[in-house]
Write a protein that binds this ligand. Structure first.
Ligand SMILES: [Zn+2]
Length: 78
């Protein structure tokens, strides 16, 4: 019985890890690296992120509009 619980727990951990990895892969590394001296496109709508926003938030991956939308949906885990 104890073994079964251990095995179930191990399977859950493997699943969580895979889910996490899959989630991370949805953000291709190339998209979060500054291109052309800082110019970057919004991950959601593809429009260029304003330079002022990138200056304030160098790691921003979305334009203000999309970021606000995402935060309103309560899924701003990234
Ligand atoms: Zn956008």
């Amino acid at each position: 019985m104890g073994d079964e619980i251990d095995r179930a727990q191990a399977a859950t951990e493997v699943y969580q890890e895979a889910a996490l990895l899959a989630h991370k892969r949805r953000t291709p590394p190339a998209r979060i690296v500054p291109l052309n001296g800082g110019a970057r496109d919004c991950l959601d709508c593809g429009k260029p992120i304003p330079a002022a926003r990138l200056k304030a938030l160098p790691n921003a991956i979305r334009c203000i509009e999309c970021q606000n939308k995402k935060e309103r949906m309560g899924t701003s885990l990234e």
